[in-house]
Ligand binder design. Structure first.
Ligand code: THU
Length: 137
């Protein structure tokens, strides 16, 4: 479901994403990312990127947060906020878009950095003609 959020909820989500970046484990890229997921229940789940010496196993902040939500029993994602310590906002990578699609095909995606620029869009705009569970029926 695509939606606009009441501004206090949006602020809380963005704050949670900022705070989550502090736990980022990014010794290789030094690119620290925090994410916060607003789940169907209204609860917020957070995550950071977790890198690995075997680079291909690095996990993005968005997926860390989303998997935490699903592991807690959530099955619907309303919004995802992503924070990077850069001036320009960063949109979720292709892999994360596909993973978000599973639980929030029309989720609101908010990207923020340390500058004034922000990106607010929806998952279906970031991943048009997505492959999903409908294709397996
Ligand atoms: N990364 C994220 O956590 N989220 C994004 O949206 C883009 C990339 C991470 C993966 C890796 O740890 C580092 O940023 C550099 O790619």
């Amino acid at each position: 479901m695509s939606l606009t959020l009441p501004s206090p909820v949006l602020r809380r989500l963005e704050q949670a994403a900022r705070k989550a970046a502090a736990a980022a484990y990014a010794p290789y890229s030094k690119f620290r990312v925090g994410a916060a997921v607003l789940a169907g229940s209204g609860k917020i789940f957070t995550g950071c990127n977790v890198e690995n010496a075997s680079y291909g196993l690095c996990n993005c902040a968005e997926r860390t947060a989303l998997f935490a939500a699903v592991a807690a029993g959530e099955r619907r994602i309303k919004a995802v906020a992503v924070y990077t310590r850069t001036a320009a906002p960063t949109a979720p990578c292709g892999a994360c878009r596909q993973v978000i699609n599973e639980f929030g095909p029309r989720a609101l995606i908010i990207s923020i950095g340390n500058g004034r620029k922000r990106l607010e869009t929806t998952l279906d705009r970031l991943l048009p003609a997505a492959f999903g569970r409908k294709n397996l029926k």
